[in-house]
Design a protein around this ligand. Structure first.
Ligand code: ADP
Ligand code: MG
Length: 700
């Protein structure tokens, strides 16, 4: 059977070399097997008949019963068109042909009942239907038709060359005829029983020729599950192979540094989520394979202390650690935060950035090489060739998406055995997406905020309410609080945005005048040292208001700042809004986020604003973002191939994805090379699929 499915598509009856070439070029269909896997995008209900007066402008195909009463040729600049007048008891519309006039004229009969089928759109108050399918009503009634007619993916070239949906449908019928619908089963009986999956044959048949809505649903479920399941098998296998092949330093000891810190110096009780994650990391680093772990946790969830405890384990095993941050401001904050936490532990921590002085740099290089420097924090300056570790055991990377994979691997080219890698991100990735994107990484999630935090109150205000907002700011400042006001500067080069920022700064300086108030400003055009100095002034409470662009998006920590104003909030994406909001709510006081917009808002924008007002939960926000934007715009999806899925959709089918992953994990845990007899079918399908290029797209 498999051989038959490898038959080149041109051998299918009525296809031939010309159509074969078109199918290859337009839809990537080379073989019978490719055609079977061309799944319909949707189905149309052909039991429903519309009346002319029920037509609406929308892209769906419709069918109507009526008569053609008139036929004429219309000359126009762009060529002739043939126009037929179609009527039913409720009204009139036009059928239009741009090509094939002779054939249409010969085959049309005036005044007899017909069924027309196509897309109708209105023009000058009249509906018209270009290139409809037409059938005599009496023939139509004799044909058995299923309620659900598939609509296949197509391209303009295909339709213009005569490969209409009906033709594809015919080819599919022919294919099922020639192959007798004997498609090899890819699942073992036990799995189909357990999940009540219909057989492969039945699934393929019903996806193309649904016998009922119920069978169609079962067919879709089976094929979606199958697609996602085999991808998960691949991802998890890849992870297992990596663990098997890439050696790491086994950190078997939990020693004095860790224990001393954990037992005597914790500044607060860890949340359950933090404890769980530390345990996951400990287990991982304790094994002889390299750890490659993504640590997700919303802003303020307490990732820093987890990073420190992981570094202490490295230290207890005699290894150095480093922490790399995307900006100098962040690196400094990490340095201050970690130094404070680690005070009195007798650990040597230093920071290396672009602005580290030569003399200090020299000391760092020396101490790194002789092993007396335990933890090095820094920016991408850590990647310079001159930076040589004595023995790097753990690399922590903050804000993963700012560093490319290549940059990251530079870190571990510095050793024979690579360090364990912990990537921390505050941009929550929806579970479903994480599973498909990073299914081969291990993921830890801190899904709980430290206790006692007051949820940030978020409101949406229109620009013409600015006076009230300013009044509110003055009240908060009078209580000793500080305020961020953020302007969009989406592209650093945009002159308009920069002007808006400067105008904003001027008017704020006027409305909040010296000496009572003082206003800071930070933006991307400033030198790092200037930025840093201005940030410090704000952090030390010397200024009340920080006017900024999104440069403050990441990581900045000023606990006394309790109000975040986001100007032109309609221009920010959801995850960016959430990141910005995360700058406040870090202290004991009630914090606020005010989203300022104009009155003209698209419905997506309204959804974004409502979501921000409704919830502080980064994962919930990420889910909404994924729904609004689709996976295409989210980080990392482009390369990953989650967009190339044939039938499943990671947003809509997340429950099926979860189930598929669960089963793939269970099977591989029990029998990783899938050698047991009950896994034989899975193994052979897996191998066959792995040989096909398209599946590797998902995972390389
Ligand atoms: P992020 O995950 O955004 O990096 P941080 O590690 O900076 O978060 O932690 C945010 C704040 O919460 C810090 O001030 C930190 O000291 C505090 N914190 C972290 N964990 C806890 C905890 N378990 N209990 C109380 N406060 C905590
Ligand atoms: Mg942080």
């Amino acid at each position: 059977m498999n051989n038959l499915l490898d038959t080149p598509i041109e051998y299918l009856k009525n296809v031939g070399p010309n159509r074969g070439a078109l199918l290859r070029k337009e839809l990537g269909i080379h073989t019978y097997g490719d055609l079977v896997n061309l799944y319909p995008n949707r189905y149309i209900d052909r039991t429903r008949y519309y009346k002319v007066n029920e037509l609406r402008d929308n892209p769906a195909e419709v069918q109507l019963i009526g008569k053609i009463i008139h036929l004429k040729t219309v000359e126009a600049k762009r060529g002739k068109r043939l126009v037929a007048t179609f009527t039913d008891e409720t009204g009139t519309m036009e059928l239009v042909w741009f090509q094939g006039h002779k054939w249409v004229r010969e085959s049309l009969q005036l005044g007899v009942p017909v069924v027309v089928f196509g897309k109708a759109s209105s023009f000058n108050g009249m509906f018209n239907m270009p290139h409809p399918e037409i059938e005599l009503l009496k023939d139509h009634e004799q044909n058995l038709r299923s309620a659900l007619q598939p609509v296949y993916p197509s391209t303009e070239t295909l339709t213009s060359k005569g490969i209409s949906n009906r033709v594809v449908n015919k080819m599919m019928q022919q294919l099922f005829l020639e192959t007798q619908a004997m498609f090899a089963e890819t699942f073992p009986a036990w799995l189909m029983d357990e999940l009540k999956l219909i057989p492969k044959n039945a699934a393929l048949f019903n996806i193309h020729f649904p016998k009922s809505a119920d069978l169609l649903a079962k067919a879709q479920f089976r094929l979606k599950f199958e697609e996602l399941f085999f991808i998960q098998l691949q991802l998890i296998t890849k992870n297992l192979i990596r663990k098997h092949k890439i050696k790491g330093h086994p950190f078997t000891k939990v020693g004095d540094h860790f224990n001393n810190f954990f037992n005597h110096r914790l500044p607060f009780a860890l949340t359950d989520a933090q404890k769980r994650v530390v345990k996951e990391i400990r287990n991982d680093m304790g094994s002889p394979a390299q750890m490659n772990r993504l640590l997700q946790g919303d802003v303020g969830s307490g990732k820093t202390i987890v990073a420190l405890m992981s570094m202490l384990i490295a230290l207890d095993n005699g290894f150095q650690s480093c922490l790399m941050a995307p900006t100098e401001i962040l690196a400094n904050q990490h340095f201050n935060g970690l130094s404070e936490l680690a005070e009195g532990l007798g650990i040597n921590i230093k920071i290396l950035t672009g602005s580290t002085k030569t003399a200090e740099r020299k000391i760092i290089h020396e101490e790194l090489e002789n092993g007396t420097l335990h933890i090095l924090i820094g920016t991408h300056a850590l990647l310079e060739d001159k930076v040589q570790f004595h023995n790097l055991g753990l690399a922590v990377i903050d804000e993963q998406h700012r560093f490319g994979v290549e940059q990251r691997s530079k870190l571990w080219k510095k050793n024979d055995i690579p360090p364990h890698v912990l990537v921390m991100t505050a941009t929550p990735i929806p579970r479903t997406l994480a599973m498909s994107l990073y299914g081969d990484l291990d993921i830890s999630v801190i899904d709980e905020l430290p206790p006692g935090r007051k949820p940030i109150q978020t409101v949406h205000r229109f620009d013409n309410n600015r006076l009230k907002v300013w009044k509110f700011l003055k009240d908060e400042i009078a209580k000793g609080r500080q305020v961020y006001i953020v302007y969009p500067l989406i592209e650093e080069s945009s002159k308009m945005d920069f002007k808006d920022l400067m105008d904003g700064y001027e008017s704020i300086s006027r409305d909040f005048p010296l000496p009572q108030y003082s206003v800071s400003i930070v933006h991307g055009k400033m030198k790092p040292a200037e930025k840093e100095a201005e940030m410090q002034r704000f952090a030390q409470g010397k200024t009340n208001i920080m006017v900024a662009t999104t440069v403050i998006e990441v990581g900045v920590n000023v606990p006394n700042a309790s109000v975040m104003i986001i100007e032109s909030a309609e221009r920010f994406g959801l995850s960016q809004l959430h990141q910005l909001r995360g700058r406040v709510g870090r202290g004991a006081e009630q914090s606020y986020c005010i989203l300022m917009t104009g009155h003209k808002l698209s419905s997506d924008t309204k959804t974004r604003l409502e979501t921000m007002v409704r919830t502080n939960d980064g994962f919930e926000i990420a889910e909404v973002d994924l729904k609004l934007r689709g996976p295409g715009d989210l980080m990392g999806t482009q390369q990953s191939g989650v967009l190339n899925l044939q039938i499943a959709d990671i947003v809509r089918d997340k429950d099926i994805l979860q189930l598929a992953r669960q089963y793939a994990l269970k099977i591989l845990k029990d029998d990783a090379p899938m050698q047991k007899p009950e896994h034989a079918v899975l193994r052979s399908t897996f191998i066959a699929l792995s040989k096909k290029k398209n599946l590797w797209n998902y995972i390389s």
